[in-house]
Design a protein around this ligand. Structure first.
Ligand code: GDP
Ligand code: MG
Length: 417
């Protein structure tokens, strides 16, 4: 892996970043810092696109080749299902909560340092929040500029769910998001080096060809490929493009931070942890299915972007869990991992993102928990922690490149917070 100096220019107004904190200084000066340079790669894409699943696949693929991986997950709040799922697969994983990578840039670098101390990864794989965009200007270019000696930055992959995308681009009818949320969806694709039509198993080859054509036409600077993590189709070709290439030096895109912020604020966010306890053993897989279906029913009319849950039994071995996902209001909740044995209790983690009132989300979940628990004799569900909110306005730590920011947000290169 060979790192060249970034060819993009900095604006005259560029201001040096604030002094580094001790962790990062230690990382940079540490003789055991990764050498040759570690690869930093991001797999972006909208909520539910299949990022975490693909990252798990990629991490296994690289591990099988003898490379060490360190994973970084990211969310607006703590208690992330994805972290649980990836750690459950045995990968060193750091979670960054409290905002997108762009707004938590220093924490991202600290997380890489921490992983480096613990596992010395050859490859860092980061999953940005699914409602986040402008990653090139706010994350990868600053990373190259400031930490180019530590990292080579791989091309940015952006995964897209083909059923969602066909609706967004008018190829199919069906429920979708409002225009400002779709603005974010499209902006994510615009900045991609590689647009990966994921879940290719869900559509016919004709539908895939149509969608590819539309994406190529709308995003001529991106390469469009297709893959299915579930069927392990197209993954080798995708992964070799990521591993062999380096991020291109094209100018970051223009972005209207007002519309971006409005789009984010239309989304409701809920993270919750719940203790399930029962005198008699119960089937946790069935509980997850019943709860997912109940909440889906309660949220009719509110477009679900991603509703995911994990259950970890108290008596389970490390990493043993059940998981369920729902990625559209008109789809079915799908069990991912399942428990082989019934259980007496454990921890349920709930992450729900939908275009709707956060209060509606917590209401649906608490009512759903009450209702579903009744069907499992002696089971009690205790809500230990919950956060429901609308994501705040993105305020990136750095923004590189000459592409203008329209209206609000940071001025290019101003290191605004
Ligand atoms: N059919 C199909 N489903 C997939 C594929 N990849 C991921 N999924 C499902 O999509 C849902 C969301 O996946 P996840 O990786 O959590 O998405 P993320 O929100 O982008 O991280 C889960 O139910 C996955 O099992 C795929 O290749 N095919
Ligand atoms: Mg994820």
């Amino acid at each position: 892996m060979n790192m060249q100096s970034p060819a993009y220019k900095y604006p005259a107004s560029y201001v040096d970043p604030p002094p580094l904190d001790h962790t990062r200084v230690a990382f940079m000066n540490n003789p055991s810092s990764p050498s040759p340079k570690a690869l930093y790669l991001m797999i972006g894409g909208f909520l539910g696109a299949g990022k975490t699943t693909a990252i798990g696949r990629l991490a296994h693929h690289l591990t099988a080749q003898g490379l060490k991986v360190g994973l970084i997950t990211n969310d607006q709040a703590g208690g992330l299902v994805d972290t649980k799922l990836l750690r459950g697969q045995g990968f060193a994983t750091e979670e960054i909560a409290g905002g997108c990578f762009c707004c938590r840039f220093n924490t991202l670098v600290d997380a890489a340092a921490k992983l480096n101390d613990a596992a010395k990864p050859d490859v860092f794989i980061a999953e940005p929040v699914g409602s986040c965009t402008d990653l090139v200007a706010t994350v990868t270019y600053p990373l190259r500029r400031m930490y180019g000696d530590n990292f080579t930055v791989a091309p940015l992959s952006v995964l897209v769910d083909p059923v969602r995308a066909r609706r967004v681009f008018g190829l199919d009818d069906g429920s979708s998001f409002s225009s400002k949320v779709i603005y974010i969806f499209k902006k994510q694709l615009e900045e991609a080096d590689l647009i990966v039509i994921g879940k290719s198993d869900l559509i016919t080859s004709e539908q895939l060809a149509d969608l590819s054509r539309v994406l190529r036409y709308n995003f001529p600077k991106s390469r469009v490929i297709a893959a299915s993590s579930r069927q392990a189709a197209g993954l080798d070709a995708w992964f070799s493009k990521i591993m062999d290439g380096e991020q291109s030096d094209r100018s970051p895109m223009t972005l209207d931070y007002e519309v971006y912020a409005d789009g984010e604020a239309l989304l409701g966010w809920l993270n919750a942890t719940v203790t399930l306890q029962a005198g008699d053993e119960f089937d946790a897989n069935a509980f997850l299915q019943a709860l997912a279906a109940d909440v889906q029913q309660r949220l009719q009319g509110t477009e679900i972007a991603h509703f995911k849950m994990t259950f970890s039994p108290d008596n389970g071995v490390a990493g043993e869990l059940a998981s369920i996902n729902l990625v559209r209001s008109d789809y079915v909740p799908e069990l991912g991992m399942e428990l082989d044995e019934p259980t007496n209790g454990g921890q349920l983690i709930i992450n729900l993102r939908a275009e709707g009132e956060p209060a509606l989300l917590i209401g649906a979940v608490t009512e759903g928990l009450k209702q579903v628990s009744k069907n499992f004799p002696s089971l009690s569900a205790t809500l230990d922690h919950e956060e429901h909110f609308r994501p705040g306005k993105p305020t990136p730590t750095h923004r590189d490149g000459e592409a203008p920011v329209i209206k609000g947000g940071c001025k290019p290169g101003s290191g605004c917070c």
